[in-house]
Design a protein around this ligand. Sequence first.
Ligand SMILES: C[S@@+](CC[C@H](N)C(=O)[O-])C[C@H]1O[C@@H](n2cnc3c(N)ncnc32)[C@H](O)[C@@H]1O
Length: 480
Amino acid sequence: MLASVAESTPPAALMRLMERGAALLAEGRAAESLELLQRAASVPDAPALAHGLLAEALEAEGRLDEALLAADRAVRSGEGAPPWLRARARIRRALGQSLAGLDDAAAAVMADPSDIESKSLLGICLSEAGRHDEALLLLHQAFSAEPGSAQRAAMLGFGFLRAGRHAAAEEVLGLAEAMAPQAPGIAALRAQNALAAGEPERAIAIAEAAVHRCAADVRLFSVLGQARQRLGQDAAALDAYAAALRLDPGSGYLRHLVAALGGDAAPARADGRYVAEVFDGYASRFEASLFALGYRVPGMMLRMIERARPEVAAGRAKLGPVLDLGCGTGLMGATLHDLLGDALVGVDMSSRMIEEARAKGVYTRLDCLDIEAALRAEEGLYDVILLADVLCYFGELAPLLRQLRARLAPGGLLLLSVEAAAPEARWTLARSGRYAHGEAYLRAALAEAGLVAREFRSEPIRWEGEDPVQGHVVCAMAGG
Ligand SMILES: C[S@@+](CC[C@H](N)C(=O)[O-])C[C@H]1O[C@@H](n2cnc3c(N)ncnc32)[C@H](O)[C@@H]1O
């Protein structure tokens, strides 16, 4: 049907389709604009504008995979014009392909160095990638070009916040808030900055004032809840999370925060959307902060593997295929790289963590998937399976351990770590949102899954301030 429309659509009709579609899109009626824009984009040799508008409408409707295809066509037929590069950069960011998004934003700036919108977007991409100096330069240039724009000021404030420069962030975000006092997103950012600066009382004051002033907004209630939680005001925090959940009932992130505060029964595992949101926001700082915490699990697991496989430790043999579940930024891959002789497959829910792992160049394949879904889809057998600091997002272990045993090659090793709960506890969900496991429960879950621990070490796995965080780190094999 589209083909017949396409063949019979003359240029004037095509112009009308695009104009009407663009007008609907500008009025926020993306769903209604879609049919018109799909018709426009299906015309043979449709101009970049038709594909670009279609990409924006699909993006607004959350149909990101289709939006990316339309943006690809817009970039191709528009010969890399900045608006379509920007559209593709935004869509790629939303799909978690932030490095590819960064490349597009950079190409848009190179195509037109005076384009403020492109500079601003590139600044945000750089900021999310942890490249703060470059980000701040661009965000500042964009703000200086439009000093009366609350949005430009807010973006510069975001850049300072991400760079940990909280006083500068407060200054610019205060300015942005004065320019747009009704904008809940700006107030939420300012409150988030106060919280990150270690001032939860000020975060609460900012968020509460904005709740009265602005339209109800999930970001405001969420940051209000986190600031109250930080002060131990659990009941008030739960009220704020409940208000946020009324606005976004499907949020797995908020549901996990509520459960961690005891507002709901602890679920058997953390919602994947919680995990993805936490680690997407953390990816560029993850390794530096784990080194600062004295994180020991990769080193402990390396030594366990070397004890189990002396010939590999001595360089006379290599490991078979390795599966790194919850691989994060790839610390395990980097730690084991000289022992690898076959595939190294990484799986993680967080696309930004996966990007960091990809940059290491040691993984043969990286899948952005939930561990349980990945194991269901996986048919191969592995010589080594790793779960380093990942089971702190799972409570119930037995079903997962059974899935893992089925993927171990004969003689294969399963290495896992957990945070230690009281010995008699099965598992607990802490206020931090992380699960901990009791020793007896862990041993029973291993046995129930047909796994035998060849080493079971109970030692500190990292430090929180002066306090060691006790853990259990296990190297197991299929028994019997
Ligand atoms: C604390 S990090 C540890 C990363 C890495 N294993 C290491 O030792 O550095 C936990 C990682 O597990 C991932 N993760 C947690 N639950 C997951 C799930 N259900 N499916 C996939 N990834 C998960 C998180 O996204 C995060 O990257």
